[in-house]
Design a protein around this ligand. Structure first.
Ligand code: DC
Length: 234
């Protein structure tokens, strides 16, 4: 079957993760959560007592020496470091607090970008979500989206997700963290969060999940149609 790589970039809480997973299911594609990989490296560093903000060298070494692996037989794919399943650690507050510093390290990004490109070769029918998927990792992707939403809506969505997982969530505090993380992600030197020129930008603030999904699904399907001026007269 032909390659079909769909990239979804955007800030935290723009709805990317929920959208990417469901879009992949609707289109019969696999799903890659690249934020989980930055979180996986952060979780590994914390488990080894590394201060992520102060000991970047050790974090980069760790990323180089402990390749991450997804189990593609689970949906969504669970993340492993060697034989250890780290999936349940990824959304813990200490990992969330440390991950922007890890994602700002160019040495870590080099390793993870290469791993993501390899995943793209092994799984060429893929919806992949992150901050740099359309700009850096898959510049030649077949369809690119950039999802956005205002900071208050994004904080409310994150809070709802946390509450669903049985956690306490303070919307004002989450909004503060989101704004701080956005600033770090979009001003960092390596692969800052940007909307690629050739991506469709969609503001999801006033849209339901189903509305966003319908829109994206239609756009992907439209992009797969043969060009209108194809010679149909034999
Ligand atoms: O999407 P998320 O909240 O799981 O992302 C976690 C962090 O990783 C966030 O600070 C942005 C960063 N990230 C990145 O820099 N590049 C990616 N491709 C994915 C995530």
């Amino acid at each position: 079957m032909d390659r079909l790589i769909v990239t979804l970039d955007g800030p935290a809480g723009s709805g990317k993760s929920s959208v990417a997973r469901r879009l992949a299911r609707r289109l019969g594609l696999e799903f890659l959560d690249t934020g989980a990989m930055y979180r996986g490296v952060t979780a590994m560093a914390l488990a080894r007592g590394i201060e992520v903000a102060d000991e970047p060298y050790y974090v980069v070494e760790l990323a180089r020496n402990c390749p991450l692996r997804f189990d593609w037989d689970t949906d969504p794919p669970r993340l492993y470091v060697r034989d250890q399943d780290v999936t349940d650690r990824l959304r813990d507050p200490d990992v969330t607090a440390g991950v922007s510093d890890v994602a700002a390290l160019s040495g870590v990004r080099d390793v993870l970008v290469r791993e993501q490109q390899q995943i793209g070769r092994d799984h060429p029918r893929l919806v992949t979500e992150g901050r740099d998927q359309g700009s850096v990792v898959f510049p030649d992707a077949d369809v690119k989206f950039y999802l956005d939403a205002n900071a208050t809506v994004r904080a409310q969505r994150r809070a709802a997700q946390l509450r669903e997982a049985g956690r306490i969530a303070d919307v004002a505090e989450i909004r503060r963290q989101i704004t701080q993380r956005d600033r770090k992600d979009s001003t960092r030197k390596t692969a800052p969060l940007i909307c690629p020129e050739d991506a469709e930008r969609i503001d999801t603030s006033a849209m339901t999940l189903d509305e966003v999904l319908d829109e994206l699904e239609n756009r992907v399907k439209a992009s797969m149609k043969p060009p209108m001026n194809a010679d149909t007269h034999g």
